[in-house]
Design a protein around this ligand. Sequence first.
Ligand SMILES: NC(=O)c1ccc[n+]([C@@H]2O[C@H](COP(=O)([O-])OP(=O)(O)OC[C@H]3O[C@@H](n4cnc5c(N)ncnc54)[C@H](OP(=O)(O)O)[C@@H]3O)[C@@H](O)[C@H]2O)c1
Length: 293
Amino acid sequence: MPPTLIDGKAMSDSLLLELTQTVQQFRANTGRDPGLAVVLVGSNAASQFYVEAKKRACHRVGITSYDYRLAASDGQGALLELIDHLNQDPDIHGILVQLPLPKGFDEQLVIERIQPSKDVDGFHPMNLGRVFQGLSGFRSCTPYGVVRLLEHQGIATAGAHVVIVGRSNIVGKPLAALLVQKGVDATVTLAHSKTRHLSHVTQSADILVAAIGVPEFITGAMVKEGAVVIDVGINRIEDRRQPKGYRIVGDVDFDSVSPRCSAITPVPGGVGPMTIAMLLNNTVEAARSHAGI
Ligand SMILES: NC(=O)c1ccc[n+]([C@@H]2O[C@H](COP(=O)([O-])OP(=O)(O)OC[C@H]3O[C@@H](n4cnc5c(N)ncnc54)[C@H](OP(=O)(O)O)[C@@H]3O)[C@@H](O)[C@H]2O)c1
């Protein structure tokens, strides 16, 4: 039987529709719109693409996005000054600094400069730590999107062995933090580049999450028959047959993995749209909390 394709685009569309109604309600109650500051430093083409997609989604649900562009040559001081200003601005409820930052910028310093109550990406150690402890706080958007996708798809996490390949602070670690919480109840293995016998580990997964950044790294032989496979990866690979000269693939080799699994996220159209939906969700939450709703 072919696997179920987990349609992140459809779920994101329905979440954006719900958010549109929440924003209308917010506007009726407060006379204001939720505001998201979108900060882009430098001219990375992929970052420009993501920023535009996030701004379009804001527009769709009625969040006002405020655009801030800095050149890499403006330096880190200018970025920190801007964040200080945005932290104080009452029209700004969420601050998104698009990563990666250009060479020479200290990403951790920049992340920690954002007021935790406006850290809608959920990268600030205060939010990460609170979420890890099972307390309220902004959940990192991609991990939160993965958990919502699993829930929506009716994929049971309680007692399931989830193997996450990749331990970054923006995907692997915060996803592990969400999955081990009471109520979600997964048993989590966090694998990385030093993991021994990686195939052996991945073959033991009921749910396998790939967040590696290596195109089509996970192959069919690494996946248990009937497993659920979540592909977080977004990689551009050269393809001269495409008008743009490249195509987007995940960290999972879809062709060899899909015949073995019970459900799988496509790339594009899987986790990516959910990340944006969760960013907007967090922004609306930030605005509501700021307004005491
Ligand atoms: N869908 C979305 O919205 C979204 C959001 C964020 C990221 N992404 C994508 O997700 C992927 C991961 O992003 P990231 O920022 O988490 O990447 P990252 O910071 O580069 O982390 C990659 C992780 O993969 C591990 N890894 C690399 N090579 C490996 C190997 N051969 N075997 C086992 N583990 C290996 C690394 O291990 P070490 O720690 O040992 O180095 C690291 O933990 C990328 O494709 C990125 O584009 C997608």
